[in-house]
Write a protein that binds this ligand. Structure first.
Ligand code: FAD
Length: 184
């Protein structure tokens, strides 16, 4: 999709953007930091303002707006929003915990620690990454065993849940959710 607010200063963009749209450090909207709903509101506003988009024919503009309105969530072949990216990432991280050894070697412990630190610097949603880095500063990752790491990660995920107003997950059940399946 084209940049919906191209040509505006960061300040103007921030004033014009719907709630929930997060700007990147270059002042452009950050797709991987923004929910699909907020992104859609932004593209709709822009389509209304310019009659449907920069250079697009009225028919193309109309069909794009209708397509936007018809979608209830992000399409699976579009760039991920903050939620799709987060869900996929938590699946990867908890699955790494689930397959981490019960008694890891020193080199496995060091690999996991390096991975978590590098991950926190490379995560595509920069606001998420910055908060995760501060969490790492407060709560050093525990990598001495599978259960220690799984519980640490569960605590880290719960911290994000708290920030977003989501329910806390019962960390005593992390292995059921991510490794063994639920007990009946
Ligand atoms: P998710 O939170 O993605 O969870 C997926 C599944 O994990 C749940 O269905 C549940 O079965 C299980 N689960 C939930 N909590 C736990 C837990 N504590 N331990 C084990 N399993 C659990 N989004 C933002 O809007 N702002 C942010 O700042 C932000 N920071 C993030 C930082 C990181 C490092 C990551 C990976 C994601 C971040 N996200 C952020 C995305 C956010 O956490 C969610 O992934 C997203 O909102 C989708 O949520 P969801 O309700 O589908 O479930």
């Amino acid at each position: 999709a084209s940049d919906p607010v191209a040509g505006l200063t960061a300040h103007d963009q921030a004033k014009k953007l719907p709630k929930g749209v997060v700007l990147d450090k270059d002042g452009k909207p950050c797709r991987s930091c923004t929910s699909f709903a907020a992104w859609r509101a932004m593209t709709r506003d822009r389509a209304k303002q310019d009659g449907g988009g920069s250079g697009a024919s009225p028919e193309a503009s109309r069909s794009r707006m209708v397509a936007d309105a018809d979608h209830s969530g992000p399409s699976s072949n579009c760039p991920p929003d903050v939620e799709t990216l987060g869900r996929g990432t938590w699946t990867l991280l908890h699955s790494i915990a689930a397959t981490y050894p019960e008694a890891p070697s020193k080199s496995q412990q060091s690999d996991l620690l390096s991975f978590v630190k590098l991950f926190s610097r490379l995560y595509p949603c920069w606001v998420c990454a910055e908060d995760f880095q501060s969490y790492l500063g407060r709560e050093v990752p525990r990598v001495q065993s599978r259960d220690e790491f799984g519980n640490w990660l569960c605590g880290a995920h719960n911290e994000v849940n708290r920030k977003l107003g989501k329910p806390q997950f019962d960390c005593s059940r992390w292995q059921e959710r991510w490794r063994t399946g639920w007990r009946d």
